[in-house]
Design a protein around this ligand. Structure first.
Ligand code: ZN
Length: 275
């Protein structure tokens, strides 16, 4: 690897979900050996050991934690459901602090039984209820707008414009945005809304949109396999002054069936050549 490649890789992070067949110990060891400096830990990978033990596994490989995934899912038709979501997000913030993650990524939630504006109102209330704890723990909350195909059950926040509006409503230094190319690439307002978001952008997620896409959730592409103009979007993100990690987040049953060592090497090469 050239010195320039090593420099470029210094911004790379990989989500544990990307290499789903690997447990945390294996993922940490493999990422570390591959020269990948950072990891985003999904909550499922915390199971079966203490948070201190998890942090030790990451520290042993010299891995920084880019983010903790994921909190959110605030809306519910029942007040008790909304309260239990808030309680769960407070726990997620505690976990993030314990493993050294600077932010929790929020998949904000939606329920098909109620309107999207009602869900967005509940999302704003849910996030507001977590702000004090986020500030105490020093953990930011990154609202991740999701592609509109998920507006029924996963998120009522579907554009960067809506995420910016939510940030305008909440007005807190502890709230920002995770921008994922998979969810946002189609939006003709994207460049303008990235500019508007400015320093609110806390996270930047990478993968690609396959054409055709065979599964709404588990058929994301490796960067370069699809139609997203990743380098152009990255340029807009960097123009805001963003200096955070570029997080590779690929849900793909096709890639999970393959040899994960090969896949990780392809991720590095794709990152260097396409992103
Ligand atoms: Zn994402």
């Amino acid at each position: 690897m050239s010195a320039a490649d090593i420099d470029t890789l210094s911004r790379l992070a990989v989500h544990t979900m990307t290499t789903k067949p690997w447990d945390l110990e294996t993922a940490a060891e493999k990422y570390g050996a591959a020269g990948i400096p950072a990891i985003t830990v999904w909550r499922q990978w915390l199971e079966g050991r203490t948070l201190a033990e998890t942090k030790q596994i990451l520290d042993d490989q010299g891995l920084a934690v880019a983010a903790h995934c994921r909190g959110g899912f605030f809306p519910s038709t029942e007040p008790s459901g909304r309260q239990s979501a808030i309680d769960d997000n407070l726990r997620c913030i505690d976990e993030a602090a314990a493993i050294g993650a600077p932010m929790v990524v929020l998949v904000c939630g939606a329920v098909p039984e109620q309107s999207l504006p009602e869900s967005r109102k509940q999302i704003a209330e849910g996030i507001a209820a977590c702000l004090e704890h986020a500030g105490t723990c020093g953990v930011k909350l990154a609202i991740e707008p999701l592609h509109p195909m998920y507006a029924d059950q996963r998120s009522a926040v579907n554009t960067l414009g809506q995420a910016n509006a939510l940030c305008d409503t909440i007005q807190s230094e502890w709230v920002g945005i995770a921008a994922d190319v998979y969810h946002l690439w189609w939006d003709d307002r994207l460049e303008a809304e990235i500019k508007r978001a400015g320093s609110r952008i806390l996270g930047f997620h990478l993968c690609d949109w396959l054409s055709p896409t065979h599964d709404l959730l588990l058929d994301r592409g490796l960067m370069g396999e699809g139609c997203i103009k990743i380098r152009e979007i990255r340029g807009w993100i960097e123009a805001t002054g963003f200096t955070g990690y570029h997080e590779v987040e690929i849900f793909s049953s096709r890639h999970w069936e393959r040899d994960q060592d090969t896949f990780l090497e392809e991720i590095k090469q794709a990152y260097l050549s396409v992103c």
